[in-house]
Design a protein around this ligand. Structure first.
Ligand SMILES: *Cc1c(COP(=O)(O)O)cnc(C)c1O
Length: 450
């Protein structure tokens, strides 16, 4: 009765949790971590193949990060960034973020999460529209099955059907097609034709809505929580050409792809485009502090600066925006990625990671593997030739993930796919362990349902 599991049930309201699963199995209550492993209250060890929620890229006990946090707590444990005051760590982090960004100059605004960073940039675009004499320019375009967060605005940007339970999206949030060629490509359509079709669809949507009513287009370089959907070749070039015709900013939501996940510091570098702004969070602090950032490129920086000066302030900010401890941790996390080998390790491990996904995709119940850098997914299908998914009531991906958990591997079911995004500190042996455990689970579950 007094187990950790029952105490979790009794007093904690679960979010994004399959309640029948947890009712049957109990919550996993965690005590600590070592490298890429986490440990529960029973002393059981799990390899976390999802880096927490994509964010714990340096593992769960990195001394450089915990020391940076402790030192900053001793020096100056908290301050805001209002009224022209901010900590020295905040100043240094903004400098660093612009230095490592794809922008030759720009400015940074801090939040506590990725959702708030998306909300903040939408408010910035609305503010700009009003200030520039175009108050009607308020609509935001995103893609179906994309993920941009859970606050009222960012949930409206998130292209997931579950948001209908909240009566969302809010008016003026529009979705265009997902760039998932394997699933959404038409019979006989080449990947290039698919990309051209999506670009035409985007343009038709802009024209139908009225080009001067669109405030911005937000996209993840690789769709993450939609099941790891890498952009097809030429996609961002085609989309950006359309947006530029109508003066619509392209925002890269790099909450997952920022800081090395795709094998470059930024996902937009992997896909060779320069956005107008970047949304960052998750790996920004390697998951050691809640923090998000809006990183503005030169054009938006100048226009927002002018708009703010016109009314003498930008009336927006969070109490903990630019928190000195978060900034000190982020400075260290960026250092680890850029200078202490984490980005290099992502690049080194990527061929092995892809080979593991490719190998498992030979299973007759895996329809395709997808991936970029150290983010990947395997899509379960009942029939490989027709790409027919398993009936939803079989909960195949949940069963695979639960079986993995039983075997000491954390991986995530997303729709009918299983998502893997291991920490950047992993070794080859960790990847072998991850794929070995997943292979066993796939065999076991497919034998039960096929
Ligand atoms: C996780 C995520 C967010 C939301 O970040 P939170 O910190 O959970 O609010 C936004 N965009 C993308 C692409 C994400 O993966």
């Amino acid at each position: 009765m007094n187990s950790w599991e029952s105490r979790a049930d009794e007093y904690s309201f679960y979010g994004f949790t399959d309640l029948p699963s947890v009712a049957q199995r109990g919550a996993v209550v965690l005590t600590h971590g070592e490298g890429p492993y986490i440990f529960d209250t029973h002393g059981r060890q799990y390899l976390d193949g999802n880096s927490g929620l994509w964010n714990m890229v340096a593992g769960f006990d990195h001394p450089g990060l915990t020391e940076a946090a402790k030192a900053q707590y001793d020096r100056f444990p908290g301050y805001h960034a209002f009224f022209g005051r901010m900590s020295d760590q905040t100043v240094m982090l903004s400098e660093k973020l612009i230095e490592v960004s794809p922008f030759e100059r720009g400015k940074v605004f801090y939040t506590n999460s990725g959702s708030e960073a998306n909300d903040t940039l939408v408010k910035m675009l609305w503010f700009l529209a009003g200030s520039e004499g175009q108050p009607q320019r308020r609509k935001i375009i995103t893609r179906w099955n994309s993920y941009h967060g859970v606050t009222a605005v960012s949930a409206s940007m998130t292209g997931k059907p579950y948001n209908s339970v909240f009566g969302l999206p809010l008016p003026g949030f529009i979705q265009v097609g997902s760039p998932h060629y394997w699933r959404m490509g038409h019979e006989g359509e080449s990947e290039e034709q698919f990309v051209q079709r999506l670009a035409r669809e985007l343009e038709a949507t802009i024209i139908k809505e009225g080009p001067d009513t669109i405030a911005g287009f937000f996209a993840e370089p690789v769709i993450g929580a939609g099941g790891v959907i890498p952009a097809p070749k030429g996609y961002f070039q085609a989309v950006q050409a359309v947006l530029q015709r109508y003066g619509i900013p392209l925002v890269a939501d790099e909450v997952i792809t920022g800081f090395g996940r795709t094998g470059n510091l930024w996902g937009c570098q992997t896909y060779e485009f320069v956005p107008d702004a970047i949304i960052s969070s998750k790996a920004l602090t390697a998951g050691y502090f809640p923090m998000g950032a809006v990183i503005l490129g030169p054009d938006l920086t100048d226009r927002l600066q002018a708009a703010a000066e016109a009314i003498e302030e930008f009336p927006h900010g969070f109490t903990a925006s630019g928190h000195p401890v978060g900034c000190a941790i982020a400075l260290k996390a960026i250092d680890l990625v850029v200078n202490e080998g984490l980005l290099e390790n992502v690049r080194r491990l990527t061929p092995k990671f892809e080979a593991g996904l490719e190998y498992l995709s030979q299973n007759p119940n895996i329809g395709e593997w997808r991936g970029k850098g150290l983010m990947g997914a395997l899509e379960a299908v009942q029939d490989k030739a027709t790409k027919t998914p398993f009936p939803g009531n079989l909960s195949v991906s949940e069963r695979i993930a639960n079986t993995c958990t039983d075997h000491g591997l954390i991986c995530r079911p997303l729709g009918q796919s299983i998502v893997l995004c291991p920490p950047f500190i992993c070794t080859e042996a960790h990847l072998d362990e991850m794929f070995g455990k997943l292979e066993e689970a796939l065999k076991k579950v497919f034998a039960e349902v096929a």
